[in-house]
Design a protein around this ligand. Structure first.
Ligand SMILES: Cc1cc2nc3c(=O)[nH]c(=O)nc-3n(C[C@H](O)[C@H](O)[C@H](O)COP(=O)(O)OP(=O)(O)OC[C@H]3O[C@@H](n4cnc5c(N)ncnc54)[C@H](O)[C@@H]3O)c2cc1C
Length: 460
């Protein structure tokens, strides 16, 4: 490190409440780890902010010393933009406070909170808002890219429930963005990612949910996938928005309710979630059991927070990951055939093809209401390509790319930025479609020098 930078970081230590972690710190290796083990970069300085007021100091030091800035919420993003090489990582992951105003049904959330932190705090009051399905994901990155999960059919995207945010801009100013203040900034951060500043607080609207919901899995053999998926497609057309059914094609994990001989075999899984009266839910899902001859099933009433962690064991940190994603307005036969074909040649036991159903409230928001504009998307396909050894990189990445290409003709326009990998920066403008020009205009206003460029970058 240069003498200048070392003096500057010493000075920063005197100003911030959080910790300044340098490469010679015994915790440095631990602190720089993010979810996707494919990403291995070494920031020159990590500022572990303890308070929003730490952020402007960090930005100033980085800018004065010509350091690139990366921003880390919970570090889950597949592209790994939270981690920079030789620059400054503004690390928000220890700012985890979630304050709930139950009477007003509002949550005020710090940017390092994970979905587990958020769900736990709001469920103490029997409340929730739509967030993702893996509890170690960060609320920050998830929200700034859009955010969807089991409650999306009923209550929309995470951003549809965002009421305001506190944002520190590139010049170190603290702004409140909402429908009333800095309206253009509020429009941009609802889908525009970390392009516009560092968000230090989110205010969400909450809804009564649970605490018990009906949820579980039905597991069919993959050779019945076509009949299961065709019936699924028809079933979800008229299913109420309280009910969400997603599909996973993968090798069967060693789930206790499956016979041993099924473990490791290719299967198609219906993942079911119903927020409403449990007995009513059980009646509604009855037809799903008849889609084929299931290997096994496990469905029942359970706490919402428990279901929010149900997929955690399959999505642990530390594996190598390369994901690809498309949106769909309909699932044509050809799309189903492609999915089944690729599920029959999964390159590793951890790979899976995930189809999330998001049809409902999210489709009723106009496409230009905020930066996230895929209001026609009813299904989101996400190919979780996942493996352990670097030697498998080429095979696994090739499989994901081939599948992505083969399924593209049946997908709708645009892409969900939260699922885009590092090498997809050429897809950013297309991902935002008609909203890109306005985003670029707002970027010019708030970050003309593109200080925040380690993201799915919107050029000023
Ligand atoms: C296992 C797994 C499951 C997932 N499931 C879902 C799902 O069900 N639904 C869904 O919608 N998405 C899902 N995602 C995608 C997820 O939304 C994104 O990966 C998201 O970026 C994670 O947020 P983070 O804060 O953990 O990420 P980070 O890697 O910390 O941040 C990602 C980027 O967001 C920006 N950023 C983060 N925090 C801030 C901030 N406070 N201010 C400004 N910019 C910031 C930065 O540019 C940063 O590089 C999943 C991802 C994984 C890995």
């Amino acid at each position: 490190m240069t003498k200048l930078l070392s003096a500057a970081t010493a000075n920063l230590r005197g100003k911030v409440k959080g910790r300044v972690v340098l490469p010679d710190d015994p915790n440095y290796e631990e602190v720089r780890k993010i979810w996707n083990a494919m990403i291995d970069r070494r920031p020159a300085v990590i500022v572990r902010c303890a308070k929003a007021d730490d952020v402007p100091h960090a930005i100033r030091l980085a800018r004065q010393n010509g350091l690139e800035i990366s921003i880390r919420g919970a570090g889950h993003n597949i592209a790994g933009n939270a981690l920079c090489e030789g620059g400054m990582m503004i690390d928000l992951s220890t700012m985890k406070n979630v304050r709930v105003d139950a009477a007003k049904r509002r949550a005020y959330v710090e940017p390092g909170a994970t979905l587990a932190d958020f769900d736990k705090a709001v469920q103490e009051h029997g409340l929730a808002t739509p967030v993702g399905i893996n509890s170690t994901t960060g609320i920050s990155g998830l929200t700034l890219g859009g955010g969807f999960g089991w409650l999306t059919r009923k209550y929309g995207m995470t951003i549809d429930n965002l009421l305001s945010a506190e944002v520190i801009t590139a010049d170190g100013k603290k702004l409140r963005a909402s429908e009333k203040e800095n309206v253009d900034l509020f429009w941009a951060i609802r889908g525009g990612g970390g392009n516009f500043g560092v968000v230090t607080q989110f205010e969400f609207k909450l809804h009564p949910v649970g605490p018990e919901i009906l949820a579980g899995l039905i597991v069919f053999p993959l050779d019945q996938a076509k009949q299961v998926l065709r019936q699924y497609r028809e079933f979800v057309k008229s299913a109420p928005e309280e009910l969400s059914v997603w599909v996973v094609l993968r090798q069967a994990p060693p789930l206790p309710f499956l016979p041993k001989e099924v473990h490791g075999r290719e299967v198609v899984v219906l993942a079911i979630f119903y927020t409403g009266d449990i007995a009513e839910g059980a009646k509604l899902i009855a037809p799903l059991h008849r889609f084929g001859d299931a290997h096994g099933e496990h469905i029942g009433a359970q706490p919402y927070v428990q279901w929010q962690k149900a997929f955690d064991p399959l999505l642990t940190p530390g594996a190598r990951n390369y994901w690809k994603s498309h949106n769909f307005t309909e699932l044509r036969d050809e799309a189903l055939d492609t999915m089944i074909g690729f599920a029959n040649r999964l390159p590793s036991p951890q790979c899976e093809i995930f189809i999330a159903l998001i049809a409902g409230a999210a489709n009723r928001v106009p496409a230009d209401a905020m930066a996230y504009g895929h209001r026609d998307a009813k299904f989101v396909l996400n190919v979780h390509t996942r493996w352990d050894e670097a030697a498998q990189d080429e095979t696994c990445i090739a499989w994901a790319r081939a599948f992505f290409k083969a399924s593209a003709p049946y997908a709708s326009a645009g892409a969900y930025v939260n699922f885009m990998t590092e090498d997809e920066s050429d897809r950013v403008a297309a991902a935002y479609g008609a909203n890109y020009a306005r985003l670029a205009h707002i970027k010019r206003h708030y970050d003309p020098e593109n200080v925040f460029h380690l993201n799915q970058n919107i050029k000023p």
